[in-house]
Design a protein around this ligand. Structure first.
Ligand code: SAH
Ligand code: SF4
Length: 390
């Protein structure tokens, strides 16, 4: 059974007359912004700390509630700034507890955000772009034109929106929120878009989410998934330091060219070379290889054996994703017995090979099914090729 909660009718509050949104500014940028609007330089560091804590630790959006700031200063802040996150348009709750949110960002575009509760964690799947410039042939988002990159505020704002919905902000001035297990304990950049084609905004947003005086997510609880934008992989290790997942999906260049067209620019060998350096650079244990199971395309025993050979020497786990169908999708999901046989070969070679349970299928919230209703236009082949630079 699907429970649908319909349109939330909070009217959108647009930033009034050139007011700057503070959400998404790094500490350094927040400092500069406050100084530019009249905060004395000597006080700036303290003001950053205070405002940061209100916004990111306690989830406050109203300057007037910032009671450790003088009244006149609060008024000055309200004149110049807003604290704004994407607007929640609708929420659907799956029979399995998965929540799919549709949020609206400036310009009226919409992106989807998915919350997946599990016994030991709660994972938020965050989007980084409206649509995607890449055109992986099995992915619903890939059929949607890229509209634009999300700003850092719109990316971290998705986490803040989910914390609002889960009622997870601690009482201002009282707790840090660390009392019990968190409802939103993990973030995966696996929603709409290719995060490494929006690197700076994704980095700033994750830095904010990791900051110990705010949302305070450990870097080991954030996983960035990429289709393989090789030049940005080392930067991800150095500048974000989160866990990495790779949309691998094939064991020969011939098949990967078809499934993940970015492979034509950076092929399997180039990608694997970049990955070999990642664990050391980021000081993280292992890389997740995502592998979508497509019937008669990439799911043979020979594929499984080739996969194991290719990744030899890379600390890895292989996440097998049963293909999630979407209207008009050109592939079928591999049979369960095939997926299990594939997993078994990988497991026997010494790698963890979990099969990802599809979540929220009844509300089209599963991996690769996201595509906002407002952006249904399908790209032409020529557009696809041009955008992907192929
Ligand atoms: N753009 C990034 C992150 C978003 S996709 C990337 O490609 O890695 C998150 C994961 O879902 C990727 O591994 C993607 O390949 C996979 N995926 C996409 N469409 C899918 C589908 N229809 N069924 C199952 N997995 C899919
Ligand atoms: Fe874009 Fe990732 Fe979908 Fe490929 S799988 S089209 S990179 S969102």
């Amino acid at each position: 059974m699907t429970i649908t909660q319909d349109v939330v009718t909070i009217p959108r509050k647009l930033p009034e007359g050139g007011k700057v949104n503070l959400v998404g500014l790094t500490r350094d940028k927040l400092r500069e912004t406050l100084i530019a609007a009249g905060t004395p330089e000597k006080q700036a560091k303290m003001r950053v700390n205070q405002i940061w804590q209100w916004i990111y630790q306690w989830g406050v959006r109203d300057f007037d509630a910032m009671t450790n700031l003088a009244k006149a200063y609060r008024a000055q802040l309200a004149e110049n700034f807003v604290i704004e996150i994407p607007e929640l348009v609708s929420k659907q709750v799956s029979a399995d507890g998965t929540r799919k949110y549709l949020v609206r960002i400036a310009g009226g575009h919409e992106v989807e955000v998915v919350y997946i509760p599990e016994t030991d964690r709660g994972t938020l799947c965050v989007s980084s772009q409206v649509g995607c410039t890449l055109t992986c042939s099995f992915c619903h988002t890939g059929t949607q034109k890229l509209v634009r990159n999300l700003t850092a505020g719109e990316i971290v704002g998705q986490i803040m929106m989910a914390r609002d919905d889960l009622g997870e902000w601690p009482e201002p001035g009282v707790g840090s929120g660390e009392a019990g297990p968190r409802l939103l304990s993990n973030v995966v950049l696996m929603g709409m878009g290719e995060p490494l084609y929006n690197f700076d905004n994704v980095r700033d947003a994750m830095k904010i989410a990791m900051d110990g005086e705010g949302i305070s997510l450990s870097r080991r609880r954030i996983t960035l998934s990429t289709s393989g934008v090789v030049p940005e992989i080392a930067k991800t290790a150095e500048e974000i330091g989160c866990l990495l997942a790779i949309s691998f999906h094939a064991t020969t260049d011939e098949v990967r060219d078809q499934l993940v067209p970015i492979n034509k620019r950076w092929n399997i060998k180039t990608l694997l070379d970049a990955l070999r350096a990642y664990p050391k650079l980021s000081n993280s244990e292992r890389i997740t290889f995502e592998y979508v199971m497509l019937k008669d395309v990439n799911d043979t025993d020979a594929d499984a054996r080739r996969l194991v050979k290719l990744i030899a020497g890379i600390p890895a786990k292989i996440n097998l994703i049963p293909f999630n169908e979407w209207p008009g999708s050109p592939y079928e999901r591999s049979d369960w017995s095939r997926i299990e046989a594939f997993a078994d070969i990988i497991y026997k070679a010494g790698y963890a090979s979990p099969i990802r349970t599809p979540r929220g299928e009844d509300i089209m919230a599963a991996c690769g099914q996201l595509k906002s209703a407002t952006e249904r236009a399908r790209k032409s082949r020529a557009e696809i090729a041009k955008e992907a630079g192929l």
